[in-house]
Design a protein around this ligand. Structure first.
Ligand SMILES: NC(=O)c1ccc[n+]([C@@H]2O[C@H](COP(=O)([O-])OP(=O)(O)OC[C@H]3O[C@@H](n4cnc5c(N)ncnc54)[C@H](OP(=O)(O)O)[C@@H]3O)[C@@H](O)[C@H]2O)c1
Length: 306
């Protein structure tokens, strides 16, 4: 299969490219810079030059491929507070791919998120498929894009949404990622913090396990499916803070939810979102068996504190 991958040079993409190539597929990666293009070429992929704003290029790339995995996301906007703009830019890309692939039966696999899908109880793959009033612009818009992707199944696209754990962890996780940000904040402020009693849980998945799930999704998952890239159902955020605090040698402290933004920055409110997640249906549908390591093992191995 010839797969177009956006975000192929990113954290998950750079694990997905070798995963697809070693399974015998051909990969074309979107690259907006010489550096990203060179990294893709070195990895053995072909390159489509362009950015997420070049919707015509994306449509042409999709038509030339047998399927698309869409990982790129305007984190530059999202992590600087322009969450709605980031999510709307993503929606425009998904709509362009949908238009290009309508009626072809080709796969379109997109990355989405799990935080806040069904707070307080284990989210299943069936949750979040009807419009809900989530209290975050990014979460809300991303779930809308996920729903629009699922709906493409009715237009002859083998559309699949992979909802990722908030932490796709591993050695080399880039600085802007969630656990890296928590670690940097703890180092900077001299304390590793969690919100309230820290009982809020985050699901977690190792990068290589996530990449394997994207490969399985593009190869054979039925149209309109939602998959959960959650190897661990939920790791208490208090345990995450404690593991980071232990590695950094700083105290571990609770902060009230009302002070979460002051104490933890933009990540504060997300840290208080209890988002346990089931991946039972995903495993049944795909045979996906994550092999780890776990999030706490990766933190204790020093991957987030060196
Ligand atoms: N990592 C996680 O823990 C996690 C958790 C939940 C959801 N997700 C989602 O999973 C997807 C992949 O995440 P990631 O962590 O692999 O992201 P990442 O490391 O930040 O990589 C982002 C990728 O998108 C590309 N990109 C960004 N803006 C672009 C633009 N304007 N035009 C073209 N390409 C652009 C980047 O290209 P350059 O190489 O040129 O910068 C890079 O390849 C995203 O949708 C993300 O929100 C990730």
């Amino acid at each position: 299969m010839h797969v177009l991958v956006t975000g192929a040079s990113g954290w998950i993409g750079s694990a997905l490219v070798p995963e697809l190539l070693s399974a015998g597929h051909r990969v074309t990666g979107l690259a907006r810079s010489d550096a990203s293009a060179a990294a893709l070429t070195d990895a053995g992929a072909d390159v489509l030059r362009g950015s997420l704003d070049d919707l015509d290029t994306l449509r042409q790339g999709a038509r030339a491929a047998d399927g698309v995995v869409h990982l790129a996301f305007r984190h530059d906007l999202a992590f600087s507070g322009a969450m709605t703009e980031a999510a709307l830019a993503d929606r425009a890309v998904v709509d362009a791919f949908g238009e290009a692939l309508a009626g072809t039966g080709k796969p379109l696999v997109i990355a989405s998120g799990l935080l806040g899908v069904s707070p307080g109880r284990p989210a299943t793959e069936e949750d979040g498929l009807v419009a809900e009033d989530l209290d975050s612009a990014l979460l809300n818009h991303r779930q809308e894009t996920a729903r629009a992707t699922v709906a493409l199944a009715d237009r002859g696209v083998r559309s699949v949404v992979v909802r990722l754990s908030p932490t796709v962890h591993g050695a080399g996780d880039p600085p802007g990622a969630f656990i890296s940000t928590l670690s940097a904040t703890a180092r900077e402020r001299g304390a590793s913090r969690y919100v309230d009693d820290g009982a809020a849980r985050w699901p977690a998945v190792h990068r290589d396990d996530a990449a394997r799930l994207f490969r399985l999704a593009v190869e054979s998952v039925p149209a309109g499916s939602v998959l959960h890239a959650a190897a661990e159902e939920g790791v208490a955020t208090r345990d995450i803070a404690a593991a980071l605090g232990e590695q950094l040698g700083v105290p571990v402290e609770s902060v009230p939810a009302a002070d979460a933004v002051d104490a933890l920055g933009w990540l504060g409110p997300m840290l208080g979102l209890d988002s346990p997640t089931s991946s039972a249906r995903t495993r049944e549908l795909t045979g996906w068996t994550p092999t780890g390591p776990t999030l706490l093992e990766d933190i204790r191995a020093g991957h987030y504190t060196r």
